[in-house]
Write a protein that binds this ligand. Sequence first.
Ligand SMILES: C[S@@+](CC[C@H](N)C(=O)[O-])C[C@H]1O[C@@H](n2cnc3c(N)ncnc32)[C@H](O)[C@@H]1O
Length: 289
Amino acid sequence: MDAPTKKWSELIELGEGFLTRKGIEESRSICELLVARLTKCGRGELHRFLSEVPEERLVEAMRRGLQRVSQGEPIQYVLGQWDFRELTLKVDSRALIPRPETEQLIDLILRSDVIKQTPKPLIVDVGTGTGCIILSLAKELKDGFFVGLDISPEALSLAQENAVRCGLAERVHFAQSNGCGELDPESVDILVSNPPYIRSTVVDGLPAHIRDHEPRLALDGGADGLDVYRELVQDAIMILKTGGVLFFEIGEDQGVALHDLLQDHGFTAICIHKDYAGHDRFVSALQST
Ligand SMILES: C[S@@+](CC[C@H](N)C(=O)[O-])C[C@H]1O[C@@H](n2cnc3c(N)ncnc32)[C@H](O)[C@@H]1O
């Protein structure tokens, strides 16, 4: 990574070799993502730039990005932004990087009967992180009231920046809260959450780019991974209207435990939904009383 006379295509080759020697997986894609970001193009348009020789400042930026990735930082944090459905969100170490499975959670909600039957639903997203879920719902639904809650002030500050960035600051309200906090009883149509659900002992063994860079508060669900679900189910009983629905993202081995937890608390129409990889990934349940 030295001479400013090299074309982007050559810099990608060099970068790929550098990262591979450092033991980084998917090094080619990472280099392409970096170059796409620096040339401000989509990855699919990259071919238009490959034979260009970039300015020295861009070569330097590429060098800095490669250094950060080589030290284990996730590429998403290095890029500083990541696409989620229709939005390009700012991402950094204040919050979890939005995962592709979570995009499916939005589809589940958009296709649900409760959405079809409720003209202006109140939707609450607990553990909002970057704001990806609630901002997407606000973007893709014409009407409604949208609230994002998080226990982490750092995550909330990022979610608020994302709301401004996406032109949704007027439509989404964010607040700090442990669980559902101070919401009025029987006021909420939809409660959605992708809470931390990894067992504490498993968090310690996660790949370093996750364990050492993403907030532990976003990952660690306690001894059995279910701590925050237990709090949320208790809260949901209070705040959901009769006919209100909760939607949770879950770990692939947590379907039975969530089903039992929700049944024990009087929820009905409990349904476990699979992700595109065929794993149990979401649960929905109805507050019928
Ligand atoms: C797995 S991340 C999900 C972030 C984002 N919703 C997403 O899907 O990418 C979980 C989030 O829950 C928040 N959180 C953890 N415990 C919480 C609690 N008791 N009450 C509210 N938020 C909590 C964390 O700060 C983190 O932002």
